[in-house]
Design a protein around this ligand. Structure first.
Ligand SMILES: *[C@@H]1O[C@H](CO)[C@@H](O)[C@H](O)[C@H]1NC(C)=O
Ligand SMILES: *[C@@H]1O[C@H](CO)[C@@H](O)[C@H](O)[C@H]1NC(C)=O
Ligand SMILES: *[C@@H]1O[C@H](CO)[C@@H](O)[C@H](O)[C@H]1NC(C)=O
Ligand SMILES: *[C@@H]1O[C@H](CO)[C@@H](O)[C@H](O)[C@H]1NC(C)=O
Length: 653
C-alpha cells in the first residue's frame, strides 16, 4: 500500500508525446555561436522570438499546439532563436541596421530555415534584439549621479572606519557622530551581537523568529536561482518531464511561503508596540512618525539598488543574446518607474520589469500602514475583536472576488514560461499575489497573534500548560507544508477544475497556511518545548536573518546577471546543477553581507542619529545635569528605535 503511494508520487505522468514525436517539433531554442559571429567586422547577432504559423492546415502544428496547451510544458509554438545575421541569414541581410529591415530579414531567414525542415512559417513577435558584440550604453547624468553616490558611500565607509579606529573615541564630536555611522568596525560589532541584548528582556523570547525568517529567505533565494536553468536549453524535454512529477507539483504552490513574512511583520508590529505602550502612551502623532521613520530606514538601500539596476548593473555583462530581454528591459523600466518604488506603490503598476521581487516591499509597507492605523484605532478589547474578525473575513473574500471576476488560477504557479519573467505579465500574480489588499489576511493573523501573546504573557501565562500539546505543535510546520502541497490538485490531470475550486482555494489557502505558521511562531515565543526552539534560535540563523533585507534586494540582480552571461545553449542535468544553486545562494549571502555592513546598517544608524538630533540641540542650552538626564532619555530612545527597526523585520525581512 505504502509503496504504491510512493510510486504515485515519484512516477511522472506520461508526457503526451513519445520521443520520436517530440523530436518532430522544432527545437525551442537555437543559438548560433555568439563568439564566432563577430569574426567579421560589421557583424550583427539577432535574438528573436517568433510564433509558428502555417498557411495551409498542418498536422504538425496542431500537434505542437495541443502539446503546448498544457502549461506545464513550454509553449512550443513560440520559438526563441538567435541568428548570426552575416553567417546564417546572409542572403536576406544587406547590412541595413534599421529596425524594420532587421525584422524583415530575421523573419525571412527564420521562415526559410523553419520551412525547409518543418514546412511551417514564422511570425516575429515584438521581441527582437539585434546587437554588436558589446553594447555601448552612453553614460548620462543619472549614471554619474548613482556612481557618485556609490563612491561617496565607499569613501564614507573608509573614512568612518579609519576615524573610528584611530581617533580618540572618548570625544564624540557632533560631526564625527555621523561619520561613525559608517564605521565598518562598529557595524560589524552590531552585526555579530547576540540578539535581544540590552533591551526589554521580553524581546529575548522573539529570537526563534530569526530561524523562520532565515529559512524562508534561503528558500526564496534558492527557488529564484532555479530560473537559471529554464532558459536557452537543448534538452527542454527534461524540464518538462521534471514538471510532470507529482512530487514537483506539490512544491509548486511554494510562493505561498511569502505569507510568513507578512505574519511575522504584523506580529512584531503589534507585540512590540504593546510592550512600548507600557512606558509611552499611544497617540496619533505616532502614525506619521513611524511611517516616516520606516521610510527613511528602508529606502536608502532600496533606492540604491533600484538606481544601480537602472545604471551600472547592466554594464556588468558586456553583451550576449539575452542581454536586452533579461537586463536591459529591467534597467529601462527602473529608469522610468523608480518613483513608484520610492513611494512603495510599485505593486499597483502592472507590467513593469523593474525589480519584480520588490512587490513584497510595497505590499508590506501598505500593510504596515494599515496595521498601524488599526492598532491606533482599536484600543479596547472589544473593538479589536470586532475589527480584526471583520478584516479577516474581508481578507478571505477579496482574493476570491478577484479570482472569480478575472477568471484566475487559484494558485500562483511557476510555469516554465512565466517563471522566466518572475511572473511579470502573469494575471494571478498581478491581480492577487502582489497587491497589498489581497494579502490582508496574513497581516490580520499576525496582528491577532501579537495581541494574544502579549496579553497571555502579561497575565502570567504558564508555558507548562501547553506541554501536553507538544506533539500537536510539532506537526504544525508539516501541516503548513501540507497546505502548500495541496496545491497539487491543480495538476492532477483530467478535465480542468471548475471555477469554484479556484475561487475557494484562492480565499482559503492563505488563512490555512497563515494559521499553521502563526501557531509555529506562537510556540517559539511561548517557549514550551525543546525541539524546534533551540534549532530556530541557532546563532547562524540570526546572522542570515539579519542579512535578509539585503539579500532580498540584491539576489535578483545577481541571478539576472548570471543568466545574461549565458552565450550558448546549455544542456541541463539536474544533479549537476545542485552545486550551481548552492554557489549562487552562498554568493548572494556573501554579497548581502557586504551590502548590509556598508550600506544598510550605516544608513539605519544615520537615520537614528538624525532623528535624535533636534533634542541634542535643545539640550545644549540646558544645564549639565539636565543634559545628562536627556542623554539618558536619548539612550532609551535609541534602544527603542532599535527595537522598532527589528519590528519592521517586515521588510528587513
Ligand atoms: C509515437 O506515437 C505516434 C502516435 O502518437 C506513433 O505513430 C509512433 O509510432 C510512436 N513512435 C514510437 C517510437 O513509439
Ligand atoms: C503560445 O504562444 C502563442 C503565440 O504567442 C499563443 O498564441 C498561445 O496562446 C500560447 N499558448 C499558451 C498555452 O499559452
Ligand atoms: C536592403 O537595404 C535597403 C537600404 O539600404 C532597404 O531599402 C531594403 O529594404 C533592404 N532589404 C532588405 C531585404 O532588408
Ligand atoms: C514569413 O511567413 C509568414 C507566413 O506565411 C508571412 O506572413 C511573412 O510575410 C513571411 N515573412 C517574410 C519576411 O517573408
Amino acid at each position: 500500500m505504502f509503496s504504491l503511494y510512493f510510486l504515485f508520487i515519484l512516477v511522472p505522468m506520461l508526457t503526451a508525446l513519445n520521443d520520436s514525436d517530440y523530436h518532430r517539433m522544432p527545437p525551442l531554442y537555437h543559438l548560433d555561436n555568439f563568439e564566432d559571429c563577430f569574426d567579421e567586422p560589421d557583424a550583427m547577432f539577432c535574438y528573436g522570438e517568433f510564433a509558428l504559423v502555417s498557411d495551409e492546415p498542418s498536422e504538425l502544428l496542431t500537434m505542437i499546439q495541443e502539446f503546448s496547451a498544457n502549461k506545464l510544458h513550454y509553449n512550443h509554438t513560440l520559438l526563441r532563436y538567435g541568428y548570426c545575421m552575416k553567417k546564417t541569414c546572409n542572403e536576406f541581410y544587406n547590412g541595413s541596421k534599421t529596425e524594420v529591415d532587421l525584422r524583415l530579414s530575421f523573419e525571412a531567414c527564420s521562415n526559410k530555415t523553419i520551412y525547409n525542415k518543418y514546412k511551417l512559417k514564422t511570425r516575429l513577435t515584438d521581441e527582437l534584439d539585434c546587437s554588436k558584440r558589446d553594447r555601448d550604453l552612453p553614460i548620462d547624468y543619472i549614471d554619474i549621479f548613482v556612481g557618485g553616490v556609490c563612491i561617496l558611500i565607499i569613501i564614507a565607509n573608509i573614512v568612518g572606519s579609519l576615524c573610528d579606529r584611530y581617533l580618540d573615541k572618548g570625544k564624540e564630536r557632533v560631526g564625527l557622530r555621523f561619520l561613525y555611522c559608517f564605521s565598518i568596525f562598529r557595524n560589524w560589532k552590531a552585526f555579530v551581537k547576540p540578539p535581544g541584548e540590552g533591551r526589554n528582556p521580553r524581546f529575548k523570547t522573539l529570537n526563534g523568529i530569526h530561524g523562520i525568517r532565515a529559512l524562508s529567505m534561503c528558500l526564496v533565494v534558492i527557488t529564484h536561482s532555479l530560473a537559471c536553468f529554464i532558459l536557452l536549453l537543448v534538452n527542454t524535454q527534461l524540464i518538462e518531464e521534471f514538471f510532470q512529477f507529482k512530487i514537483v507539483n506539490m512544491f509548486m504552490n511554494g510562493p505561498l511561503i511569502m505569507q510568513t513574512f507578512f505574519i511575522i511583520s504584523s506580529f512584531l508590529l503589534v507585540y512590540i508596540w504593546l510592550c512600548d505602550s507600557e512606558t509611552r502612551p499611544l497617540s496619533w502623532s505616532m502614525l506619521p512618525q513611524q511611517i516616516i521613520g520606516r521610510w527613511l530606514r528602508l529606502t536608502p538601500p532600496y533606492a540604491l539598488v533600484v538606481g544601480l539596476t537602472g545604471t551600472w548593473f547592466p554594464r556588468l555583462v558586456s553583451g550576449g543574446p539575452l542581454w536586452e530581454k533579461i537586463i536591459y528591459k529591467e534597467a529601462r523600466d527602473c529608469r522610468h518607474y523608480w518613483w513608484s518604488h520610492i513611494l512603495y506603490i510599485n505593486n499597483y503598476l502592472d507590467r513593469t520589469n523593474c525589480m519584480a521581487q520588490a512587490w513584497y516591499m510595497a505590499a508590506d509597507t501598505q500593510l504596515y500602514i494599515f496595521g498601524v492605523i488599526i492598532f491606533l484605532l482599536c484600543r479596547t478589547n472589544l473593538t479589536r475583536k470586532v475589527v480584526l474578525s471583520l478584516f479577516f473575513v474581508v481578507g478571505i473574500i477579496v482574493p476570491m472576488a478577484h479570482t472569480y471576476y478575472h477568471n484566475l488560477s487559484g494558485i500562483l504557479v511557476p510555469y516554465p514560461e512565466t517563471g522566466l519573467n518572475i511572473f511579470v505579465g502573469d494575471p494571478t500574480f498581478e491581480e492577487v499575489f502582489s497587491k497589498g489588499h489581497t494579502n490582508l489576511v496574513g497581516c490580520i493573523i499576525g496582528m491577532g497573534l501579537g495581541y494574544i501573546i502579549y496579553y497571555w504573557q502579561k497575565a502570567g501565562g504558564d508555558p507548562k500548560k501547553f506541554q501536553k500539546y507538544r506533539h500537536l505543535y510539532w506537526s504544525m510546520p508539516f501541516l503548513g507544508i501540507l497546505v502548500c502541497f495541496s496545491g497539487f490538485v491543480f495538476f492532477a490531470g483530467g478535465p480542468p477544475l471548475p471555477a469554484y475550486v479556484h475561487v475557494l482555494y484562492a480565499g482559503l489557502q492563505k488563512p490555512a497556511f497563515g494559521l499553521t505558521m502563526a501557531t509555529t511562531i506562537a510556540g517559539l515565543v511561548i517557549q514550551f518545548e525543546g525541539l524546534y526552539r533551540p534549532f530556530m534560535e541557532w546563532q547562524p540563523f540570526v546572522y542570515i536573518s539579519r542579512l535578509s533585507y539585503s539579500a532580498f534586494l540584491i539576489h535578483i540582480p545577481f541571478i539576472r546577471t548570471d543568466i545574461a552571461s549565458i552565450l550558448s545553449l546549455q544542456r541541463i542535468n539536474i544533479i549537476e546543477k545542485v552545486p550551481k544553486v548552492l554557489t549562487i545562494t552562498v554568493g548572494v549571502f556573501i554579497a548581502a553581507f557586504f551590502f548590509c555592513l556598508m550600506i544598510e546598517m550605516p544608513f539605519a544608524n544615520l537615520v537614528r542619529e538624525l532623528l535624535k538630533k533636534p533634542r541634542t540641540k535643545e539640550q545644549n542650552k540646558e544645564t549639565a545635569k539636565e543634559t545628562e538626564k536627556i542623554e539618558k532619555e536619548n539612550e532609551k530612545d535609541l534602544s527603542e528605535t532599535k527595537i522598532e527597526e527589528d519590528g519592521t523585520i517586515v521588510v528587513k525581512m
